[in-house]
Every structure is written in structure tokens, then in C-alpha cells.
Design a protein around this ligand. Sequence first.
Ligand code: FES
Length: 130
Amino acid sequence: MPSENQPSLPPAAPSRIHFVVNGQPHRLDNPDPNRTLLNHLREALALTGTKEGCAEGDCGACTVVVSEPHGQGVRRRAVNACIQLLPTLHGKEVLTVEGLAQNRVPISTRCSRPWSMSTLRSAVSARRVS
Ligand code: FES
């Protein structure tokens, strides 16, 4: 058993994850813990509107919106898909540019407040500022 001075091992990657992409539920069994959301979107789901630029989290070409439960509401963040690992998406919702083009509304938003383009623009702008 690790003492207080020893770092504990990271939790094992889940054997199954569930998440939503552009309103469509997805289930992955034994997801590769090193696979990025960007690679999954482009290679497995053929959602090539999310681009790879720097692949290091610097340029923002791969930005998507990730929604997750937060307290009594929902927290939405602009995320660089190139550095977001798949297992971290369990229980979350991803909105890509294809979802925006189809006027998809995040499931998490349907119950809380109306979705609007300004919401996404605000999220993306906030990400660029930080
Ligand atoms: S590809 Fe540049 S931030 Fe993801």
C-alpha cells in the first residue's frame, strides 16, 4: 500500500466507455487508453471536419465541444481533441463541426437551455483567450 509520500498508480483504463457524438450514442469496449479523440473521430467515425494541425494542443484546429454533468447542470468546454484521450470521455457528450452543420443540439442542452451558435462561439473564444 503506498504511503502518503509515494504517488499512487493511476486508475486502470475502463473496459467499456459510453459517450455521445453529435447526438449519437457510442460504446467502446476496451478502448485504447492512448488513442485520442481526434484519431477516433477522423478514423473510426469518418468525422474529418475536425482537423489535425499541430497535434500538440497548441493550434486549436481540432477543437470540439465536450459537455458533461456538473452539479445540477451541465458544463461545456472547448477541448483540443488531439490531446483528449478516449477513456476520459466516458459519460460525456462531444459536438463536432459536423454536428453544428446538421444543427445537432447536445442532448445535455435539450433539458437545460436553448442551444445557440453564440454559445459555441463563446466557448471557442474563451478557449482561445486562455
Ligand atoms: S491539432 Fe493543434 S490543438 Fe489539436
